[in-house]
Design a protein around this ligand. Sequence first.
Ligand SMILES: [Zn+2]
Length: 139
Amino acid sequence: MDNTPLCLSCNRPLVGRIGKKFCDAQCRNSYHNQHKRPDEKYMQEVNSRLRQNRRILRDLCPEGKATVRRDILEALHFDFNQFTSIYPTQKGVYYLCYDYGYMPIVQNSTQTGHPTQKVLIIQKQDFMNQPFDPWKYLK
Ligand SMILES: [Zn+2]
């Protein structure tokens, strides 16, 4: 029987150093990508939603500040469950996705005059980097 070790990824015979498991970096990467653990997959999904959120906020906020209706964010598949940090203020809470964030607000619609759910989108400012103390909000 032939005892030549085979690449764990492509099953071709391995040549070279003893104890090698893969032909090259490409085979090693593709093997590890196919055998990702479920928790890594979950983290990857969250990261991709965060990046999409950030892209949406950035596109809607070309000048550092913008007010946008909630349904516009929803139509773009903004995921309100995902954010990287929060910045509470007297007027409300900013939910940040990396360097962009939004504060939920209610404003009367210019068309109907009815109260409408909107967000105030901002670019993150240096003063928002203060240490955040979650215990401060215990009631
Ligand atoms: Zn291989």
